[in-house]
Design a protein. Structure first.
Length: 381
């Protein structure tokens, strides 16, 4: 039995749905879907963005279907892209019999929605792409404490100090470069701060609307101070940094030679290499040396204080930290697993070798301050 209920469908599906409904309605009138998909983090995805969908769904673990009791319902607000994580939500619902309703949007948009909804929010659990967004909800008193047994499944550096959220997978910030135009040993600077130099004018791509980039700026403000972060952003803008909608388009632009380098999360390149092979003309450069550009972030989850389904919400988070989901993050999304003893896949450098800056991820809670700074500098309109 399926436990999926959708409000939005790909363009061809409404007509097919109507036809199937007419043919099968009499026999399967009692069949209902229970997972509500409301859009995605990228409103106009490119073919490159949507390509992983079928691959991810095909690779999702085979579920065991269980009848869903009336009181087993979970509402998830997801700032993680539908194309990346929907197979996991499907698998959880079908294995446990929980009816899942999910609303997809960008992490910043999800946070704004929850702050607006306040105590009236129907959400039980949030699943977001960066600790800054989770920290904002925690700072506004919207997240409940997660039981210690669940928190203990991950290292202390990948969870909130107060236990209001827990990381589910890791992603390293990298400088992606075009292999035809750049020799990383000779051409790339030692710090991300040095890309404001005149020789990089018009050659750098970034995605200021991306949640992970915004978390990076929040970390920059925390590590170096507000004035230094503002100076770097102003320098990048004056140096004609090229704006892209998201990490995927930044990677594609770099591989195509539109820009020579870009600021992204590591796993996007890994997925392109798996699809296109070694001929794909971009690679990741891991800065290390405690530099702000070597930040390691986590996607994570938290339980809303107002939820009436907290036990089911905890069950969902435990599922995300279990071996099945951690293996999915490693093999399908190419992220760093953070629990269940699962190892990263592919040619990723060990997480212990990344040498990120000494920034407490739990301190990245001032998303609004970062958005205000980006608007003041003119990076965001």
């Amino acid at each position: 039995m399926s436990h999926i209920q959708r409000r939005t469908l790909p363009p061809i599906l409404p007509a097919l749905g109507a036809l199937l409904g007419a043919l099968l309605g009499a026999l399967l009138g009692a069949l209902s879907l229970a997972l509500t998909a409301c859009g995605g983090s990228d409103p106009t995805p490119t073919p490159a963005q949507t390509a992983p969908v079928s691959q991810a769904q095909a690779a999702a673990p085979a579920p065991t279907s269980t009848p869903a009791p009336e009181d087993r319902t979970l509402t998830v607000y997801s700032g993680r892209s539908q194309t990346l994580v929907h197979p996991l939500l499907e698998s959880f619902g079908e294995q446990t019999g929980v009816n899942i309703r999910v609303k997809y949007a960008g992490s910043a948009s999800t946070v704004a929605t929850l702050l607006e909804e306040g105590d009236n929010s129907p959400a039980d659990v949030v699943f977001l792409q960066d600790p800054g967004s989770l920290g904002t909800l925690s700072a506004n008193g919207m997240l409940d404490s997660i039981p210690q047994e669940t928190l203990n499944k991950v290292d202390t550096r990948f969870r909130a100090p107060g236990g209001e959220w827990v990381g589910t997978s890791g992603r390293a910030r990298t400088v992606i470069y075009n292999i035809e135009n750049i020799d990383p040993d000779l051409d790339l600077p030692a710090s991300i701060l040095d890309f404001t130099a005149p020789e990089w004018k018009g050659r750098v791509g970034w995605a200021p609307r991306n949640g992970s980039f915004q978390a990076f700026v929040t970390a920059l403000r925390t590590q170096l101070g507000e004035d230094a972060a503002r100076k770097w952003l102003e320098g990048m803008k004056a140096n004609d940094a090229q704006e892209y909608p998201n990490n995927v388009t930044t990677v594609v632009a770099t591989a195509n030679g539109e820009v020579d380098v870009g600021f992204v999360n590591h796993y996007y390149l890994e997925r392109f290499l798996e699809e296109h092979g070694e001929g794909f003309e971009a690679r990741n450069h891991y800065i290390g040396n405690g530099d702000p550009g070597a930040l390691v972030l986590v996607a994570g989850a938290g339980i809303l204080k107002t939820s009436e389904n907290k036990e089911t919400a905890r069950e969902f988070i435990d599922f995300l930290l279990g071996e099945q989901a951690q293996q999915y993050f490693a093999s399908e999304i190419k992220e760093y697993p953070v629990a269940a003893g699962v190892e990263p896949e592919g040619d990723l450098p060990p997480m212990a070798s990344l040498d990120p800056p000494n920034v407490d991820l739990g301190s990245l809670s001032d998303l609004e301050g970062t958005l205000r700074l980006l608007r003041e500098v003119g990076v965001l309109q």
